[in-house]
Design a protein around this ligand. Structure first.
Ligand code: WT7
Length: 621
């Protein structure tokens, strides 16, 4: 039996939604009515003729409507007299502070939007953003959206090769980056990485450079331009482009079970409706909230719940440049005290890492401003949940364990503050969402039994397709179990209808919440001259959830040394990025394979964990 935490009278009193069950059953009886009601809370240039067109497996929402997400992020707040409200509070790793009211943010976005236009950027062009956590990272995304350009944000922890693949695939016209930045005490030379990544790619016409670290960089004449110089003389007037609700807003690369990362496509209309509704209702947003999400806009969490939704809701948010636990394990808690954060959204890995340093760190700070906590990215173990509840939320703040994906765009399964909480469970589907546990053949699995988590109906912020690859979209998401969206996760549902997410079932790893395809990592190994073949598995890790373990076959005559292991680790860091550094490498002579030559990672994993290897009838040897 798991523990149950009932909402306090205080939390219940403030909750926007007091009766989940009633609204949920109404919402799934008529999802279009539910979503239409939400959509009407937002501003549109022209209303829709029809809420949903579902031509399986392709959905269109708010058909015929004209809109732009920026119209809701900025324009409508300025119009309604909210211009002087603080939108963004930023603090650098060096303690430097910057502040933007809605009006100031709008001015910055408009200036850059005009700058991009001057450089020849047009509606539909792809812009790659490779920036550390600076206000300009958010401003760049918003400026693209404002003029109808499609942003492709690449997390700046990715290396040259990963960035190069993404620029090539997107046929990027402009890259926005920084000279460099400090990550802990290390200088990362961001512009150098971009120079290498964009080398020889014809589509790249310009590179815009934000000055951050003041390190020496090469500026290529005509191609490269300083951000400050570009925006300096630009007007703060820029009309927000009228888009169709189904026009793409961004593409975002994510890992799947094949080697090549795929670009998920999200659009203006449905996406803004979905992220607005979820943030508002799950985090019970009110006008006086101060929001702090520790994610990076390089990932979907940052897109949805840093760059867009908090501003659509017109609240103030805090954005921090530095990494977790730096310069000391109390840093985040000190920021909560300093900025009087009311809603805090983070990850299980960060909570577990903090736990290791002990409760004396959060105890140093006044955390009484907090009202609701959140977590995302991987399953949270009940011990970490309890620690978060006790030492950060002081048993006052409900924890929203939100399950969702890059592809879903918005939070899909989560408690609401008014719901009883079970540590380790993501609770129940959001309004309008129908989730189920099924076996491989699409049969609903009994209550309490594990199976595949699937989604049975479309939702407004769902991915529309994979960029330039409809076929793969159909196969990956709708081809595994016919008729339903396949999440790739294993889960079970208990007798109260609470969902328990158990982790990935496909060849995708979640390492510290970061998503990697095993094939992607394996091909990085094989690109090293000493390696013939490699197989990668995720191994349980106390803090990171999973850690990367690689089994490597070396070329004949190459010595199996510790130095070579270190060299391979460095190689992966260079090929993919520091976030993908393997924890463990083992040299082996063979790998278990099926007769058709597929590596059976399942067997490697079972052996590694000392578990039964299961069915080996397809094993070749
Ligand atoms: C995968 C999606 C959604 C933003 C960050 C991750 C895992 C996500 C939870 C949660 C258990 C979770 C799933 C999912 N996941 N949230 N609350 N509990 N697992 O986005 O990189 O697209 O990864 O993250 O395995 O499929 P992503």
């Amino acid at each position: 039996m798991s523990k149950l935490y009932n909402p306090s009278p205080e939390v219940l009193k403030k909750a926007h939604i007091k009766d989940y069950d009633k609204l949920y059953s109404e919402s799934i009886k008529d999802p279009e009515k539910f979503w239409e009601g939400i959509a009407k809370e937002l501003s549109w240039f022209k209303p829709w003729k029809k809420v949903l067109q579902w031509r399986y497996p392709f959905a269109k929402w708010f058909i015929g409507a004209r809109c732009n997400i920026i119209h809701n992020v900025l324009d409508r707040h300025i119009k309604s007299g909210k211009g002087d409200k603080l939108a963004l509070l930023w603090e650098g790793q060096d303690g430097k502070e910057r502040k933007f009211t809605y009006k100031e943010l709008n001015d910055e976005v408009s200036r850059l939007a005009n700058g991009l236009k001057k450089l020849g950027v047009k509606k539909g062009d792809r812009i790659s953003i490779y920036l550390p956590r600076l206000p300009e990272q958010i401003i760049s995304m918003l400026a693209c959206a404002k003029i109808g350009a499609i942003h492709s944000v690449v997390y700046c922890g990715f290396s040259v090769e990963a960035l190069r693949t993404r620029i090539t695939d997107a046929q990027t016209k402009v890259v926005i980056t920084a000279d460099g930045y400090h990550y802990r005490d290390k200088l990362i030379k961001t512009k150098h990485i971009v120079d290498e990544a964009a080398e020889g790619i014809k589509s790249v016409k310009h590179i815009i450079v934000v000055k951050r670290a003041n390190n020496d960089i090469d500026m290529k004449q005509e191609r490269d331009i300083w951000y400050d110089k570009l925006v300096k003389d630009m007007s703060t007037d820029c009309t927000t482009e009228e888009m169709s609700s189904e026009d793409p807003l961004f593409i975002l690369y994510t890992s799947g079970s094949t080697g090549k990362p795929k670009a998920v496509v999200h659009v203006h209309g449905g996406y803004m409706v979905g992220i607005y509704a979820t943030l508002k209702l799950i985090f019970n947003i009110s006008d006086d909230d101060i929001w702090y999400c520790t994610a990076d806009p390089g990932w979907i969490t940052g897109h949805s719940y840093i760059t867009y939704a908090p501003f659509i809701l017109g609240i103030t948010q805090f954005f921090y440049e530095g990494p977790p636990l730096y310069p000391d394990p109390g840093k985040w808690w000190s920021l909560i005290e300093k900025y009087k954060i009311t809603k805090f959204y983070s990850t299980p890995t960060a909570i577990r890492a903090s736990m290791r340093y002990g409760a004396e760190w959060p105890q140093k700070y006044d955390l009484s401003s907090l009202r609701i906590l959140g977590t995302v990215g991987e399953p949270i173990n009940p011990e970490a949940w309890e620690w978060y509840y006790e030492h950060i939320g002081h048993r006052r703040c409900p924890i929203m364990d939100t399950w969702w994906q890059t592809e879903t765009g918005m939070q899909m399964i989560s408690p609401l503050p008014s719901m009883p909480l079970k540590p380790g469970s993501a609770a129940k589907p959001f309004f309008g969402i129908v989730a189920e546990i099924m076996d491989k053949d699409g049969r609903v699995v009994e209550t309490g039994k594990g199976g595949f988590l699937v989604l049975k109906t479309p939702w407004p912020s769902m991915l529309r397709t994979l960029y330039k690859n409809k076929k793969r979209y159909k196969k990956v998401y709708w081809g595994e179990i016919s008729g339903v969206y396949f999440t790739g996760d294993a889960a079970k549902k208990d007798k109260d209808g609470y969902f328990w997410i158990e982790g990935r079932t496909d060849d995708v790893l979640k390492v510290a919440g970061y998503r990697f395809g095993t094939a992607e990592l394996e091909s990085a190994f094989v690109s090293h001259p000493s390696v013939v073949e490699a197989a990668v598995i995720g191994k349980p890790h106390e803090v990171k959830g999973q850690a990367i373990k690689a089994f490597v076959i070396l070329k004949q005559g190459i010595e199996k040394t510790e130095e070579l292991k270190n060299e391979l680790k460095a190689h992966i860091k260079k090929e993919v990025g520091p976030i993908a550094k393997p924890e463990e490498i083992e040299f082996v002579d063979t790998l278990p394979k099926t007769r058709s030559g597929k590596i059976m990672r399942r067997i490697l994993k079972a052996k590694e964990l000392g578990k039964p290897v299961g069915d080996t009838s397809t094993l070749e040897d």
